[in-house]
Ligand binder design. Structure first.
Ligand code: WTA
Length: 649
């Protein structure tokens, strides 16, 4: 079978920021001399004090150091707002589309954004938030989430957004880990016609936190909430009386902008630290080139601001570019499966960026939901978060894009700040399922996982690493630089290790094959299997648990849990439900196991190590190829697991 290849149309290429020749020339320049390349492109944002040093980075284990533009000073919020006021003060910065389509959408201009962010910044200052203090944001997808992020940036506070789907326990852990001074939440988060009680979740979380933590509440739905005098603050009321102006504070390029917790293969979630200058340059530049964003375009990224995609491509990248960015409170299937397309039609969206899991789910609802809507405004489609299967790619291309919109499949991570592998739509011929080629300045390499050697042939398969730094790279793990070095720089010395497996084809295109560590990707959400396991074993009836991923038609991967119960506890449907509910409260709904298998024992080596490889195979219903089982302590355990497997084809 010949591989499908989709070349950019001559017309698209003619108007694009980069055609093939431009990409090739700029890419070559970016890796030949990163200092000059980024020295030049760093100027795309405004600096209060211009930098003289561009790059100061080392991937050497034990000595990892990543600094960009380090002697420059800037303010990120001023770059996202103030510098646009003169030329586009009355242009819409944010279109806000509410959960319920019957409610009114908002069009927030750059001038209004400026005023609201200043008011919010003054509220934070009035609550004693100072430069460098951490502010946890636990909000729905409402404009106040954007105001809060930018208000922090304006006064030099460091935000840490916790996705509104996380449980009180998860919220408390994050507030404590970063020692936040303030948490900003709302009364309730409406999504798909239902509400999540964010304020009561926050109340529950704060029982486990220092009583110095202030709770700023956005009254969004007006739902009834309990109120703790002296701790709880009505944000909107304070914003209304706060001064509408607040000078942006000059910050060092390497001052932290935000912390975002993400799952790894071991231990509790890590606080990924991004800093100000390099991150903003990189988010803005990738937003412009990858999506071929032009002035006046309406850009919609459907992610939640609780994930890195929302940080870089709803807020920081687009606003730094003076774009109009759409923020959607709802879900793709409410009030019906045509909502995404209704919103595209209503707001004349030009670039649409979503996750393969959403595409697969909507594909299952049939093309009629798309065909009802006029999608002629769309110029480009994008995907992120997981590999896209060719069926979903073709459907996206034909049914949504009508064969005329290039698709950019963007590979990147919370750690990378912005796209690393991606087509540029006017430059790169695409192949369904491939994230294609590196962005400017990005040097991917494929290593042999056994030897750690670089595979230098064009065609290669192994683990994906990066050879040198790019400005958007994370700088450290909050409060634990050693963990940062150990996680990303210790397995393959001298490289940043992504945790992903990858194949490079004869054309030099990259194909991500999935995580090679114990991280799974459920509906584009990253989940550490260890986190789900520790939630399960915290249940009094559970003796032991092992969690693996398995292929899931809609979610990409589902969560498969093997659970060994305490002596004397009998498995039951009721207990299964109890464990599901338990994980929901320990972590959140996204971590709920899809399948739970009662396991009288787990396959272990004689030294007691769980053989996950075998558990993965059984969960995949592929136990014909279990590989070497000679080191198993009790081979009979495996026969029982196979006989009672939950995922049968
Ligand atoms: C996976 C999301 C294939 C990958 C921005 C990565 C992808 C992890 C793609 C990061 C893609 C992301 N194709 N796999 N286009 N994009 N991934 O930190 O395994 O939530 O390591 O960042 O998602 O997930 P994270």
């Amino acid at each position: 079978m010949t591989e499908a290849v989709y070349a950019p149309s001559a017309e698209f290429a003619a108007h694009a920021h980069a055609d093939k020749a431009t990409y090739e020339q700029m890419y070559a320049a970016s890796v030949a001399d990163p200092e000059s390349f980024w020295g030049e492109h760093g100027k795309r944002i405004d600096w209060i004090t211009p930098y003289t040093r561009v790059k100061n980075t080392s991937f050497e284990f034990g000595n990892v150091n990543i600094r960009w533009f380090e002697d420059g000073e800037l303010n990120v919020a001023a770059n996202c707002i103030d510098r646009h006021l003169e030329t586009r003060g009355d242009q819409t910065a944010i279109i806000w589309e509410p959960d319920d389509p019957a409610d009114e959408a908002l069009h927030i201009t750059y001038r209004q954004l400026h005023e609201n962010v200043c008011r919010m910044a003054n509220v934070l200052l009035s609550q004693g938030v100072m430069r460098g203090d951490r502010v946890v944001i636990y909000l729905p997808m409402i404009p106040e989430a954007a105001y809060a992020m930018l208000a922090c940036a304006r006064i030099g506070a460091v935000h840490s957004i916790v996705f509104a789907g996380f449980s009180p326990d998860a919220l408390a852990n994050r507030i404590n880990d970063c020692d936040a001074k303030v948490v900003i939440t709302a009364d309730e988060a409406p999504r798909g016609g239902r509400v999540t009680p964010l304020k009561s979740n926050t109340d529950a979380a704060l029982l486990h936190c220092s009583d110095k933590v202030r709770c700023l509440v956005v009254k969004h739905t007006g739902g009834q909430t309990t109120w703790v005098e002296g701790r709880d603050v009505d944000v909107k009321a304070l914003m209304a009386t706060a001064a509408p102006d607040c000078p942006p504070r000059p910050m060092g390029a390497e001052d932290p902008l935000f912390i975002l917790y993400t799952s790894g293969s071991t231990g509790k979630p890590k606080g990924v630290v991004h800093t100000s200058g390099g991150y903003l340059v990189y988010a803005a530049m990738t937003h412009q080139y990858t999506f071929d964003y032009h002035d006046g375009d309406i850009f919609w990224c459907t992610a939640d601001v609780g994930w890195v995609t929302g940080h870089s491509y709803i807020i920081y990248g687009p606003l730094a570019n003076g774009a109009t960015t759409l923020m959607f409170e709802g879900v793709p299937t409410y009030p019906d499966a045509g909502r995404f397309w209704a919103v595209c039609e209503k707001h004349k969206v030009n670039q649409f960026y979503t996750a393969p899991t959403a595409i697969r789910a909507l594909m299952g609802q049939g093309p009629e939901w798309v065909e009802k809507h006029d999608l002629s405004s769309l110029k480009l489609l994008g995907t992120v978060g997981e590999p896209i299967n060719p069926e979903a790619w073709n459907w996206y291309n034909e049914v949504v894009g009508k064969g005329r919109c290039p698709i950019v499949d963007t590979w990147w991570q919370t750690e990378t700040g912005g796209h690393l592998l991606t087509p540029l739509p006017g430059a790169t011929a695409t192949k369904p399922g491939s994230a294609t080629l590196p962005f400017f300045g990005v040097q991917p390499v494929i290593l042999d996982p056994q030897t750690g050697e670089e595979i230098t042939t064009t065609e290669a398969e192994g683990v994906l690493c990066l050879k040198d730094s790019w400005p958007g790279q994370m700088r450290t793990v909050y409060g634990d630089h050693e963990r940062f070095e150990k996680t990303y720089f210790s397995d393959y010395k001298g490289y940043y290790f992504s945790g992903d497996g990858c194949r490079r084809d004869a054309d030099g295109y990259y194909w991500i094959t999935g995580r090679v560590d114990d991280v799974i990707n459920v509906s584009g959400h990253r989940m550490g299997t260890a986190e789900v396991e520790s939630a399960l074993v915290a249940h009094p009836k559970v003796a032991e648990a092992a969690v693996v991923g398995y292929p899931h038609d809609i979610k990409g991967q589902g969560i498969y849990a093997y659970v060994t119960l305490m002596n004397g506890i009998e498995p039951s449907e009721e207990l299964r439900k109890e464990l599901e509910a338990w994980v929901r409260t320990e972590i959140g709904p996204i971590a709920k196991p899809d399948l739970i298998q009662w396991a009288p024992g787990l396959p272990k080596t004689r030294s007691g190590k769980i053989m996950r490889r075998i558990l993965r195979k059984i969960a995949e219903d592929d136990f014909g190829a279990l590989g070497d089982t000679s080191t198993l302590a009790e081979p009979a355990v495996v026969d029982d697991l196979i006989a009672n497997r939950m995922n049968r084809h």
